[in-house]
Design a protein. Structure first.
Lengths: 340, 170
């Protein structure tokens, strides 16, 4: 398996990934939920012309029509965070433009005409923003976006109007969760206008101690201020998490390491594993690797397992549809294989 | 207070139902509220309901009494449609009932003055407007502090910029 989600980025002991997304609409078409079939097709065609059909010095891009994908293939893209579940369920003429390395994903006809998204491993919000900005420029050279001086970029939903930017970081916070301090972190975040979500965005639960923090406000601040704000808060959470990791280990090293190695033991030997249990155990093992307690497992292996054990990716690997119970068996098999 | 359904968890959601014009209020925990929602009306806590709440439309009411006839010429979507769906129809809707969105935007974002990037095509004009805005803020500060000499300087700068802005008008 290759892709950004396997790579190891800066601050990767806590930060799994960084993401910037921009919401943009073409000026001359109604917003997606008011579009006619022809509009949908036109928007798709235009986006394709600008990014895929003409050469550019950013990356090589490929367009995928949502209509051409099976539900399983769509779900695989959701599991890799390349598209939203809303786009996967869309009945419209919708699609996605992906760069070769899958760092760039441009959703077409989701809630807005374009959702330009850049994903990087570890803490790399600035890099993600620069890339997003380059793509935004490339569009702007070729098409007029819906923009008003007073409102900024116009979007379907007033929550995104202005910069249309959502900056987010995915954090692994096992020590803050274990000690219960996560509650305080969540409270402070909400007071500062920061949203905290589970792994798969809106309404999703925090699986495997993974939390996604992102900005709520898109109007009034500059893009750079919004990004700096998220980075600041993320840095504070990172240092807290590191401190608690050390503290927990110091307080009772045997118990701490015992928990980690037990989880590794189960993962490398179990014959049935649900996603939920796997994510819980993987969180312990990741903690062990990040703290240098487990030394013979590469974090990239864990990243790979993380993606490939999710339902759609797992079924794709096996090459057939599986019932939940069958998946749990295959999942255990796959994890054993990768770890041993 | 405890959840009125399970009596176990803390109630943190006020669940309002309107059945035959009678309002029933239940105080529920998150889990029970989710369950209740699934059974009755799909997803009860959608962002649209929040908007309707903010915009003063009672939850689940279909017709608002003082119907405002603000309809966008381009996409034919009305301001009332927006209140119901929480989605805006097209770029021109912002021109048609943008003013009416201000209170909502203020609640959502705190600040309603756009400060982000500007598309290069309209860059020069928008940049000048933004510059004027900043100068005017400065002017007010100088006047407040009775620094009239500095204020006069700024005033001249504003005049100059305003002339420039006019020249850039399309």
């Amino acid at each position: 398996m290759k892709g950004w989600y396997i790579e190891k980025g800066p601050e990767s002991d806590v930060v799994i990934s960084s993401r910037i997304r921009l919401a943009r609409n073409f000026k001359d078409f109604p917003f997606p939920f008011r579009m006619k079939r022809e509009d949908e097709e036109q928007v798709q065609k235009k986006a394709k012309e600008i990014i895929v059909e003409k050469d550019n010095d950013i990356a090589k891009f490929e367009f995928t029509d949502m209509q051409s994908l099976t539900p399983l293939e769509r779900q695989m893209l959701v599991e890799k965070h390349l598209i939203s579940s809303e786009l996967a369920d869309s009945q419209m003429r919708s699609g996605v433009i992906l760069s070769n390395d899958e760092k760039v994903s441009i959703m077409i006809n989701e809630e807005d005409h374009l959702r330009i998204q850049c994903l990087f491993p570890g803490m790399q919000l600035e890099n993600a923003w620069n890339l997003c900005n380059d793509i935004d420029h490339l569009f702007e050279e070729n098409v007029d976006f819906a923009f008003e001086e007073s409102f900024g970029y116009l979007t379907s939903c007033p929550t995104n109007v202005g910069t249309g930017i959502r900056a987010s970081a995915m954090l692994h916070l096992p020590a803050l969760t274990m000690t219960g301090y996560i509650k305080g972190v969540l409270e402070v975040c909400s007071k500062l206008g920061i949203t905290v979500r589970g792994m798969y965005g809106e309404n999703s639960e925090a699986m495997g101690n993974m939390f996604q923090i992102s900005n709520q406000v898109t109007l009034g601040q500059t893009e750079e201020e919004i990004i700096a704000n998220i980075k600041n808060i993320a840095n504070q959470i990172i240092s807290q998490e590191r401190m608690f990791r050390k503290e927990l280990h110091k307080q009772n090293p045997f118990r701490f390491e015992d928990k980690i190695f037990r989880s590794l033991g189960i993962l490398s030997n179990a014959r049935i594993l649900s996603s939920e249990e796997s994510f819980k155990l993987l969180s312990d093992v990741r903690l062990g690797v990040d703290m240098g307690i487990i030394t013979n497992i590469d974090i990239k292996i864990l990243n790979e397992i993380f993606i490939s054990i999710q339902p759609a990716n797992l079924q794709y690997l096996v090459g057939k549809q599986l019932l939940a119970a069958e998946r749990d068996i295959k999942r255990a098999e796959l994890i054993r294989e990768k770890l041993n | 207070m405890l959840c009125q359904k399970c009596q176990k968890k803390i109630a943190n959601i006020q669940f309002t139902q309107i059945i035959n014009n009678n309002k029933h209020v239940l105080y529920l925990c998150e889990n029970c509220a989710k369950e209740e929602g699934k059974l009755k009306i799909g997803s009860p806590f959608s962002i649209n309901d929040f908007f309707s709440g903010i915009m003063g439309v009672p939850y689940m009411s279909s017709v608002s009494p003082q119907s405002t006839k603000m309809i966008c010429n381009t996409c034919k979507m009305s301001y009332d449609d927006f209140k119901k769906t929480g989605k805006i129809g097209c770029a021109d809707c912002y021109k048609t009932y943008g003013e009416k969105l201000m209170p909502l935007l203020k609640r959502l974002h705190g600040n309603v003055q756009y400060n982000g990037k500007i598309p290069e095509k309209i860059y020069s004009r928008a940049k000048v407007s933004r510059e004027i805005r900043k100068l005017k803020e400065q002017l007010n500060v100088f006047i407040k502090n009775e620094e009239y000499e500095k204020a006069a300087e700024i005033r001249d700068q504003i005049k100059e910029m305003e002339a420039k802005e006019k020249g850039l008008e399309i």
